[in-house]
Design a protein around this ligand. Structure first.
Ligand code: AMP
Ligand code: MG
Length: 541
């Protein structure tokens, strides 16, 4: 073996592993799937892999971890973020959590294929937890293998970063590494198992604690652990609230309600459908977490869910995300009830979710339309009628809102205008041009007249409206078929498109007029309408 170079830049990372230092761990040290009682985590090492290779990394994440570029392109980086080498200070562990899956209590789930390496404290004093997803078996792997495949890892890597640049609270992704090994997956659980390339994403967030980390201890009656992990969470991530007491627990829960509401408003704004809003996939920090069978609305269909596992009930469809977040918060309230001992104040905090969601949603919609403020006397109808219009014919949500900024409004009453000319900027938004009937055009024109009145009332010049709207209505999102094209190429050994999409999605609100970029803003091509991976995804990953 070659001796390790003396000063590897990765070795400069400083760790402070409070989670394992302060919370009780599993006494059993052997790594086999089991129920882990009386502990918040189990220490476990990542499984070694044969030929790790870094496919892509995020510059911004490397930057805030104080990792210079040379470090990220080194072989050492691939070794570390594939789990083959631990840096001094890393103390790998898998956390214990439970969860409600599709509305039913599922008992212990836990980090079945996620291994936390430790918390980096960067030069700004910020805490960033590093977690490898797909790094092998843990005590929480149940009957599965602890591994992840390339397709789901590409999706997680790209979407985490895309969401961040869209301004949506999310966990981040430092790296995407292929392991050089094959993983067997039956993608649609229909008896067609196939070998796929294995991959590992290093996720990064201040914390990966989920609602389920509290639920598991409440469900097991481990009230001491429940209090400990709650105090830990507050001390470490909500220290502005003070030390654990009944009032602080309530303030904390209210803050979780608030941040969760804000996160879901952002999802609705950009047309993101999480796909698996189980309580084990709800971050206590209000971050989007666990990119599985997520998808982006193409045509505006509030009933759409990308997740084939949820096809019958559509529990996690776009329009149901706020209600699911609320339900999940209700489960978290049940879990922490023993710390509070009173229903009423927990209920009041839950009401804060409804209130914040409502306010922020109205504000978000008015911003999407470039208005200066939300007017309760006029705008509820304006919004509702617009959303009904979008559904009445297959309309690409992203293109419609982006192009609405190009429709010339703000002057007069539109009485003598050439309607076809007026609505021409919206042409690219329609999937089925034959649906653009005279009746549809008439309703659209009616709506535009009302919208125009609001713009005239507020005196918003066209330029200002465009500029405002383009700040909240992205031109580029990680369209389902684009992610799939990048995956198809990556599975053939061509990783260019992953890097290209990462670069594109760094600036989702910019026009990016450079050659080749416009294609990424186009609506889903017909071939992708029913293709697996584009419109249909399963939990298999
Ligand atoms: P998810 O639906 O992906 O959030 O996963 C639900 C639970 O299943 C979590 O506890 C995961 O850690 C676990 N899980 C998912 N996939 C695997 C896998 N390939 N190996 C082990 N555990 C897994
Ligand atoms: Mg999960």
């Amino acid at each position: 073996m070659n001796p390790a170079p003396k000063h590897r830049p990765l070795d400069k990372l400083t760790f402070d592993n409070r989670f394992v230092d302060e919370l009780p761990g599993d006494k059993e040290t052997k790594n086999f799937p089991r129920q882990v009682l009386g502990a918040c985590y189990s220490r476990v090492s990542p499984t070694k892999v044969t030929h790790p290779k870094t496919l892509v990394y995020s510059k911004e994440v490397a930057d805030f971890l104080d990792l210079p570029q040379e470090a990220c392109v080194s072989n050492d980086f691939a070794q570390v973020f594939a789990g083959n080498r631990l840096i001094a200070g890393m103390e790998p562990y898998a956390s214990c959590y439970g969860g409600h899956q599709f509305g039913h209590w599922a008992g212990q789930l836990g980090d079945g294929r996620a291994i936390n390496l430790g918390d980096v404290i960067n030069s700004q004093g910020e805490r960033w937890a590093l977690q490898l997803k797909g790094a092998g078996l843990t005590p929480y792997s149940r009957t599965a293998d602890g591994l992840a495949v390339l397709r789901s890892s590409v999706r997680e890597f790209l979407c985490s970063e895309a969401m961040y640049h869209l301004g949506v609270p999310t966990t981040r992704a430092l790296s995407l590494v292929i392991t050089g090994e094959q993983v067997i997956r039956d993608m649609f659980y229909n008896g067609n198992p196939k070998a796929e390339p294995g991959a590992i994403v290093c996720r990064v967030a201040p914390s990966f604690i989920r609602f389920g980390n509290f639920q598991i201890h409440a469900a097991r009656g481990e009230l001491d652990l429940l209090r400990k992990i709650t105090d830990y969470t507050i001390n470490t991530h909500f220290s502005h609230l003070g030390k654990g007491s009944k009032d602080v627990y309530l303030d904390w829960f209210e803050e979780v309600c608030r941040t969760t509401a804000q996160m879901v408003v952002h999802w609705q704004r950009v047309g993101f459908v999480h796909g698996v809003m189980n309580t084990d996939n709800m971050s206590i920090l209000g971050l989007t977490i666990d990119y599985g069978p997520y998808g982006w609305l193409e045509n505006y269909d509030p009933d759409w869910t990308p997740n084939t596992t949820d096809k019958a009930e559509r529990r996690y469809r776009y329009s149901n995300q706020p209600a699911c977040a609320f339900w999940n918060l209700g489960q978290l309230a049940n879990a922490i009830y023993p710390l509070v001992g009173e229903v009423e104040p927990l209920q009041q905090a839950l009401d804060v979710f409804t209130q914040v969601f409502g306010e922020q949603w109205n504000l978000m919609m008015s911003q999407k339309l470039g208005l200066s403020r939300y007017d309760p006397d006029q705008d509820d109808d304006l919004f509702a009628e617009l959303l009904a219009l979008l559904q009445s014919v297959e309309t690409d949500m992203t293109i419609f809102f982006r192009q609405l900024a190009e429709v010339g409004l703000g002057e007069g009453n539109l009485e003598d205008i050439d309607v076809e000319m007026l609505i021409q900027p919206l042409d690219d938004a329609y999937y089925l041009p034959e649906q653009k009937t005279l009746a549809y055009v008439a309703s659209l024109f009616d709506w535009l007249k009302r919208y125009n009145q609001r713009i005239v009332q507020e005196g918003i010049p066209q330029e200002i409206r465009r500029e405002r709207m383009n700040r909240v209505n992205p031109k580029y999102v990680l369209r389902n078929y684009l992610a799939q094209l990048a995956i198809d190429k990556a599975e053939q050994g061509d990783f260019e498109m992953i890097a290209e999409l990462l670069e594109l999605l760094r600036h989702p609100y910019d026009e990016q007029p450079e050659p080749g970029k416009a294609a990424y803003a186009m609506k889903r091509p017909e071939w992708a309408r029913h293709r697996a991976g584009c419109s249909m995804l399963s939990c298999s990953s």
